[in-house]
Design a protein around this ligand. Sequence first.
Ligand code: FAD
Length: 414
Amino acid sequence: MHIAVAGAGWSGCHIALELAGHGHRVLLIEREADIFNGVSGSFGIRLHKGPHYPRSRATRDLCATSLQRFCARYPELVVEHEAAVYAQGSLDAIGQPSKVSGDVFDAVCHESPECRRIDPGEWGYRNLEAAYDLDEPSAILGGRLRDYFRARLAAAGVEVRCRRQVLEAHQAGGRVRLALDDGECVEVDRLVNATGYQSLVAPAGPVLDVVYQVCLGLQYEDSQPGQKPISFIVMDGWFPCLMPCVDDHRPSPRNYVLTHGSYTILGSFPTPGQAQALLDSLDDGFVESRVRPLSEQQMCRFWPGFRPRLRYTGWKGVVLAKLRTRSEFRSSVVFEQAGIIHVFPGKITHVLPAGDEVLALLEDRDCIVKDGLRHVRGGVLDRARGEIVEKPQAGEANTADLQTHEMLRSTEHV
Ligand SMILES: Cc1cc2nc3c(=O)[nH]c(=O)nc-3n(C[C@H](O)[C@H](O)[C@H](O)COP(=O)(O)OP(=O)(O)OC[C@H]3O[C@@H](n4cnc5c(N)ncnc54)[C@H](O)[C@@H]3O)c2cc1C
């Protein structure tokens, strides 16, 4: 088949390779000047083992089964850590205890066989109930990631067109007609929407409750870099997270990103355009006077060694689509509607099962239609439907409802 893939982040690039490997003719279309210029190429990306999602069984199960496949498929892109610490915080930024009990967090961390419990005090941490070192790796970013995929896509015969936006797609006579922003019309057998669910979005239905969030990453340079990077993640609630950003070939990784469960998620909106408008309105003054001090203060509450060791260098922001679910489910979800196969973004290791599901839909292997969405029997949407449709209860804190920008603006003069 002749297949167009819109969007060249982790989902689009992996799926384009997968389709080409199965003999399809693939056209990959990206609106930015290069591949991996969006969310996928910019932020610190851990190859999750699971404990980041202590309340989402479905996400953890997929993390566990996808990580090994990912490391076998893309070994050059996997960065081992010196330490990958997951900790249970005593109280979060609004004085709430962790959303999971000590027993549950302990059990979830030990789902990874390499997990070892550590003494938080000995490691220089404070205000924690427990901490675990998990041997969780990260993925390469930036120029190194781009170079790798450019070479792989070229070798696989994928045609890559950057600086081209897919404006519309219509099914006509069993084919899909795409309108590009340069006026060109392209006709293909099928279209895969890998735009991070930011374009060509399917009409809203009862299953997928989508929010678009403005997510910031505060960037730092490590003044004491080791041979391998570290990560430190406090769970589960409005807690901080430090992860490496390995985007060059230097022997000692220096770049890090600090995020926070609430302070770096600035707003939640029904459309990508509304989220982008907030992102476009942010300036250094707001981020550095409001978001940065609160995020650093929270990190230092748990790791006082953060401030003397890491030096602030700037910030970046993106719009990310998330599903609003009670469990904070974060896996990729694949479904087809009106001739377009949509890949809703999730953890990057989950691009492997997403690729399997795209192929199954194309080959019409064991597919079902429910609530107007064609999807794979036993695939993520089928298996995790219970978690996907369960919404937060009234008054229950959920990341998908965060409006931190409003909160910070309203307290600006206090
Ligand atoms: C702060 C932060 C931290 C994260 N940490 C982790 C982590 O530790 N581990 C993890 O696994 N995941 C993490 N994620 C999530 C992960 O980065 C994303 O889910 C994943 O990168 C999404 O990949 P994608 O290819 O689906 O989408 P994207 O990377 O967003 O790619 C979509 C592409 O489509 C292009 N596009 C959009 N519209 C069009 C159009 N009309 N025509 C053509 N092109 C178009 C965009 O320019 C973009 O390049 C994190 C995300 C954030 C924001």
